[in-house]
Design a protein around this ligand. Structure first.
Ligand SMILES: [Zn+2]
Length: 362
């Protein structure tokens, strides 16, 4: 893994925003983790998923239109479980009880992917080295996508804006069937070696994959036949992949976000305090839209999430006010898009710009 350091001479913003947020929880006698509403949301989302699974696989509605409608909701709610339950739990933000976090962290295994790998990939590499080429695996999708100005260009990238949604659509299948196995057998996440794994993590990996095959593939084939199964399976995975990828990408691969490169040299000294670097690589979107905030598990408040990843997303709308205030005081940017459409447009524009070889954005 490349050696990366952050400047430490400009820490006033980070210190003050930390103090102010800590004080907010103290003054309001609140836990920084999830609350009853989050538990209810988790219960509701799982209930929707199991009800739809039963309806699609066992009850089997006759209408083709109804089937596709239910598959769309099924794929979307699987993504919602990822945003709301898995993401908070894997950060240790779902509950004050670490066992509860571990339990709900397995919601990612329920979706077919290994939560152990996610914790290193996301909590450590992505959150510490956001938009740093050579470490942040979220922006490393060669050869088809060029997601940072430092990455080598090929002639396909010219068209990436046109085909990126297709790649997002197949990303969950790619994750379940290729990326997890790649991490397992290479013992690496991108350029970073995994620590020595315990026997339990090996067992969890294989149980997860076996469960996935039985629950999402074998039983539906037994009930529906292969033809019906494969159409439904590809369709809802496509929906889920697009919802997951778009929401995660809107925070960092947009116009105005900065990138850094540790790929070529293997050594990088970032000339910013870590918290200020987070503020320059990260964007919020539609912070006033209550439905989107509920549905994407606060991932529209990524600025606040990146500063306070162990705080549950249920608190982000309040924390945002504090972060904005302190950022303005210290002359630090607080980036946000007012609407979902604006954020999506900016992501597509950014991918288009990154697809132009001659454009130097760094
Ligand atoms: Zn996160």
């Amino acid at each position: 893994m490349p050696q990366i350091s952050f400047a430490t001479n400009n820490r006033q913003f980070h210190v003050e925003v930390n103090d102010r947020v800590k004080q907010y929880f103290k003054d309001n006698h609140l836990s920084q983790r999830g609350n009853g509403k989050l538990f209810f949301k988790a219960f509701f989302m799982f209930a929707v998923v199991f009800t739809l699974y039963y309806t699609l696989v066992v009850a089997q509605p006759e209408s083709v239109a109804i089937n596709f409608l239910l598959l769309t909701i099924f794929g979307t709610f699987l993504a919602f479980i990822g945003f709301n339950i898995m993401h908070d739990s894997c950060h240790g933000a779902f509950s004050d009880n670490s066992k509860v976090n571990d339990f709900f962290g397995y919601s990612l295994n329920f979706l077919g992917a290994e939560s152990y790998f996610w914790r290193l990939k996301h909590n450590v590499l992505h959150h510490t080295y956001t938009n740093v080429d050579g470490v942040d695996d979220d922006i490393f999708k060669p050869p088809f996508l060029r997601m940072s100005p430092n990455q080598p260009y090929n002639s396909l990238h010219k068209y990436q804006r046109n085909y990126m949604l297709f790649l997002y659509g197949i990303s969950t299948l790619f994750w379940v069937f290729y990326m997890d196995f790649n991490k397992y057998f290479t013992n690496k996440v991108y350029t970073t070696d995994l620590p020595k794994r315990t026997f339990k993590t090996h067992v969890t990996f294989w149980v997860t994959k076996l469960f996935y095959v039985c629950f999402y593939i074998a039983f539906p084939i037994y009930m529906l036949g292969f033809g019906k199964f494969i159409v439904g399976y590809l369709f809802y995975n496509f929906v889920m992949g697009i919802v997951l990828s778009v929401v995660f990408q809107l925070a960092h691969v947009v116009e105005g976000a900065i990138f850094a490169d540790a790929l070529d040299s293997g050594v990088l000294a970032i000339d910013e305090d870590w918290a200020i670097f987070q503020m320059k690589t990260t964007f919020d979107f539609c912070p006033d839209n209550k439905f989107i905030t509920w549905a994407v598990g606060g991932l529209n408040f990524q600025v606040e999430h990146h500063l306070f990843p162990k705080v549950s997303h249920v608190h982000y709308p309040q924390i945002r006010k504090i972060v904005k205030e302190v950022a303005a005081k210290h002359g630090v940017p607080h980036n946000e898009f007012n609407s979902f459409g604006e954020a999506v447009r900016s992501h597509f524009n950014m991918m288009h710009q990154l697809g132009q070889a001659e454009l130097a954005l760094a």
